[in-house]
Design a protein around this ligand. Sequence first.
Ligand code: ATP
Length: 763
Amino acid sequence: MGQGHSAENLPEEVLFEILNFCGPNFEDRQSCLVLSKYISGVLTTNGAYRHYLQRLHIERGIYSNPVPGPGNKERFLALLKRQDLWMSGEGGGEGDAAGLENGEEDEHLLPLWRQKAKPCTTENFNIAVSARFKPKEPEGEGSEENAKVTLPLHQRIQLIKMSRRLKKTSDVLKVLKHEGAWFGNKWQSIESSEEGTNKENNGVPQAAPAQEHLVSGVHEIDPMNDRVVMVDPTKGLREFEFDAVVSPTVSQSTVYDSSARPLIADFINGFNATIMVYGQTGSGKTFTMFGPSGSLNNGDRGIVPRACAEVLTALDYRKDHLQIPMQSRLTVSYVEIYGNDVTDLLREGAPCGHSKVAAQEYVLSGAASYQISCMDDVLKCLTTGDDCKRKASTAMNERSSRAHSLFILELNQQNLDSGVSCKSRLFLADLGGCEQIKKSKVNVGKSNHLQVLKDETMGAAGSFLKKEAAAPAAQEPHVSDDESAPSPSPFSTGFQQSDRLREAVYINLGLLALKQCVKSLNNAESNYVPYSDSKLTLLLSSGLGGDSKSSVIVCAAQESKHSAETTSALLFGQACRKITKTARTGANMLAELIAKIDFQIKETEAGIKAKERWEIIEEKRKDTLAEEGTMESMGFGGVEVKKITVLVGAEEEREKLNNLLKERAQLTGTTLESEIGGDKYGGAVGFGKGYASAYGLGKSVDNDQESYRFKDDVDADAIPEVLKMKGKVGGWKGMNDAHDQKTLEKMAKKANRRKMAYAGVSA
Ligand SMILES: Nc1ncnc2c1ncn2[C@@H]1O[C@H](COP(=O)(O)OP(=O)(O)OP(=O)(O)O)[C@@H](O)[C@H]1O
């Protein structure tokens, strides 16, 4: 409950906002009500802004989550910038400023919606990263022993400063001295010999029992300051800061509120959004994203069902309450990425698209989507998809996801009055868990399989061995999810377990590609992000570096035996947090990515044009088809020296162009050959149909051999005008002076006549 206010003692900024809201004549009854409540002290400033947020939604269609707690003012001022999202034309909608004389505009008195529109479509932001820790499991005996870490002195000092809230290093040294820990017995023996053993502790906070070693693992989870302190066996003490750190005991709804909810509002307001969970296998990614099995309808449900519920509730509300007539359509796609295969989990795992290349375009174009209108539809989709997912038991997780899965919501909305429409997508990615094969033990099947083969071929004698082999096999992870299912034959066990290994490799490869993309995005000098390295990164490309708002939730285990993996996951989160992006409403990720690549292709082509020149080089070639018994066949002589013309000077640009064309081919779902073969690209630099043959360039630039650049017969016509004019054709005597076509032709012929010369011994 706020303090009582009178109109006179209202803070100026509040009065200004309220005046803006109510208009010069206080004609808006609801705003008057808010104002009167505020003045009488019934409403706090925060509460008043809650009302403004509601108005923004009802009158302008700008959604905000009903979040309890403070911060409504900041939210309102941020959303105010988007007020014209659903209005047509430029400027602030009905900017006729009723109540004012012709053309007279007083900003302070203009009602909120009648102010000039501010540009609302782009927002700069960093990827938001949060960390969530799974509750601790009891560790096996001896694991602590193995994970002891001795910190270097400076880190030990830092740790004591943090844990005892000490500022001065001299105080920390007193603690160390008292503990006798870091220097061990040596310090104590020096102390006892010099000062006696029972000296008083002069004002330093009483220390815990001496602790010479720290145990590796999570040392401190600090949700208040969104900080995690790790003790890593190889790197010592490490501190990580995130946008949110949630304590291991928090509920699923708290995780949703802190890491996902703001993005759901952005999604409804026309931004593309991406939320992904990243972490080691068994760290709680699926738990966070979907919830434990059977929880889709209860309080334990994860981000996906919660997000769907919030979007559906918001759309229902908008249908009945908005003052602008909005039409909306919500669809869902649910796919799994396994190596280079993308499968539709809502169509019994059918492959997406007609080819592996086109799969991502198929998904992003919405061809795999289904319309949903209520929570029942969502639950059906989730159950159908879940039944279809690759899951198996490993030593690390009873129900381990064996591929990356992507749940995509697509929302199409239109203001029927203004005709303005907007499409936005929400990507919810449950990434497969990075796993160390030796820990998840998914490679055990290989040896089982071989053992079975051995037994089979040994016939009756093998049956004895089979029994022997059965004992250790029983301790290995079982692969069936279904306890009641008939136990698999040893053959199938072998196959299934080697499948686990392949799955682990595919998952790790996708994650590696993801890490490479994050690295490139963080490297200011890198102008190429290798999205096309994997299907996972292709599908997530817009979420990582494109136009969408993104949030990464790092899931991790606290146990010391997982400290290396936890540190690595937290480092990934930290790298993601540094990526700055520009998000825009109504962005079409795929089309824009392609347009961006097209622009880069044009720039690169211009660079090649400006830099490239012809040069004559001597190439030594050996006769590989020499007759038997000749000197050449024995490796002596027979070397042909050929003078050949070669394009040089823009090698880096050509490589870049090649990568860009590859990336474009991946995005458009075509092949590199068709990108190069068309007239669209590289006409001037030798990739177009005409130039490719004139320059003697092979069709496939995928082929790394340099020979595609060589050409014996130089056709002077083929030398680009730009090179002739600039006299850039260097290395060829007299070429710099050549300006007319005839001279060029003559020189080309002369060079061809002189090109053959034999060196060495001939037979
Ligand atoms: N925060 C949590 N609270 C309680 N239990 C949890 C939590 N996180 C995970 N678990 C439990 O830990 C187990 C593994 O979780 P989950 O399957 O979500 O891991 P994962 O990271 O998705 O693993 P994988 O990559 O192998 O699929 C499950 O039994 C899950 O219920």
